[in-house]
Ligand binder design. Structure first.
Ligand code: KG4
Ligand code: ZN
Length: 346
């Protein structure tokens, strides 16, 4: 069977076509139209701007994908449409939903509503960069994106329990907000990672110690807004010359990244222990962080998608859609589908 997917939950327009033959996945096309440059001007995502861009980009990306998969001339190019219905920004989700409804009617195919976070998790589980690491259950998934930070017990594909989550900011949001304080561009995660660079040479000119919020609490919850505030206070206590110096920005970027990694490592490994998990899955945009991947890999074999598939993309929605399809979680009654900005993975 063939599935076309549509992802518009935030600022990336993602469309993919996945073919599944005898249980094997063949990616026929996976295209993305990123709005990063547009939103970088404002230092964050503006939902109304993002919506306008999705409306503009969707038909273009669809055309590319159909052409790439050599399906442009077919009357019914796919058997179903996998569609992100949440969580995400309401106006953005709706653009994808309205577009998918039109297509579903035109091609006379059902829609498979998909949870964006399940997509992030499944693409790392099923398309891990290290092919030698195989999925095993139960697994502990750390889903870390711009809007979410969750530790999920994965009993098997389709059976999840959130065991912990952030009480305030998501990890990606913390990267984005602290980058902004330091004058680094949006999105903040890659910018902080770049600024952190290689090893500090010689004795660091600054000693910065940020808190590791909630690292020792017995639960699996997180909190990152205090970390952001600590960065702000340290920044404000420095002279303008220091604030702008490479050495300060580098030391601070390194410390921000390490504070986040320390909390993730400790809590995830504790969950692995408690639930006797056989694998760790890292999913979501923050899982593209090289240092995070390295430090996890030192502790345990992890399932994590190649970096470009950790950030939002259409393929992850097609994959999640396929597993929903197998459970008959699709509908031809497409008019009833609506956005669920706060959809949960359970
Ligand atoms: O999953 P994603 O593409 O979109 C959401 O669903 O939110 O995640 C985007 C987030 C942003 O906050 C971005 O700063 C962060 O992922 N991110 C990173 C890296 N690449 C993207 N954070 C840390 N290191 C990276 N290399
Ligand atoms: Zn995402």
């Amino acid at each position: 069977m063939r599935i076309l997917s549509i992802e518009t939950s935030c600022d990336d327009t993602g469309v993919a076509i996945l073919e599944i033959k005898s249980g094997k996945f063949h990616v026929l096309a996976n295209e993305l139209s990123s709005q990063v440059k547009l939103h970088a001007k404002y230092g964050g995502v503006y939902p109304s701007l993002a919506k306008r861009e999705h409306i503009k980009n969707l038909p273009v990306v669809l055309r590319h994908v159909l052409a790439k998969a050599k399906l442009a001339k077919q009357e019914k190019p796919v058997d179903a449409i996998a569609l992100t219905v949440g969580p995400g920004l309401d106006p953005c989700l709706w653009t994808g939903i309205n577009f998918a409804k039109e297509l579903a009617k035109k091609w006379d195919v059902p829609i498979i509503p998909v949870n964006h976070l399940e997509g992030h998790m499944l693409i790392s589980l099923l398309m891990a960069e290290n092919k030698k690491v195989k999925p095993a259950f139960p697994a502990i998934a750390l889903i870390v994106s711009g809007g979410h930070t969750q530790l999920v017990l994965v009993k098997k594909i389709g059976s999840y329990k959130i065991i912990g989550e952030t009480r305030d900011d998501a990890a990606g949001e913390c990267f984005d907000k602290t980058a902004r304080i330091l004058g680094l561009p949006y999105p903040g995660g890659p910018a902080v990672a770049r600024a952190a660079g290689g090893a500090l040479t010689g004795k660091p000119a600054f000693s910065i110690k940020l808190p590791r919020p909630m690292i020792h609490t017995k639960d699996y919850d997180f909190s990152f807004s205090g970390l952001k505030t600590a960065v702000l206070y340290d920044f404000q206590s420095r002279t303008v010359k220091v604030q702008k110096s490479k050495e300060y920005i580098r030391t601070m970027a390194k410390e921000i990244q390490q504070a986040i990694i320390d909390v993730f490592l400790l809590k995830t490994l504790r969950a692995v222990d408690e639930y006797d998990a056989k694998a760790i899955v890292l999913g979501g945009g923050v899982a593209a962080n090289e240092e995070l991947r390295k430090q996890f890999q030192k502790k345990m074999k992890i399932l994590v998608a190649p970096k470009e598939l950790c950030t939002d993309n259409g393929l992850m929605i097609a994959l999640a859609g396929y597993f929903r399809w197998r459970k008959k979680k699709y509908t031809k009654n497409v008019d009833h589908i609506s956005a669920e900005p706060n959809l949960r993975i359970e």
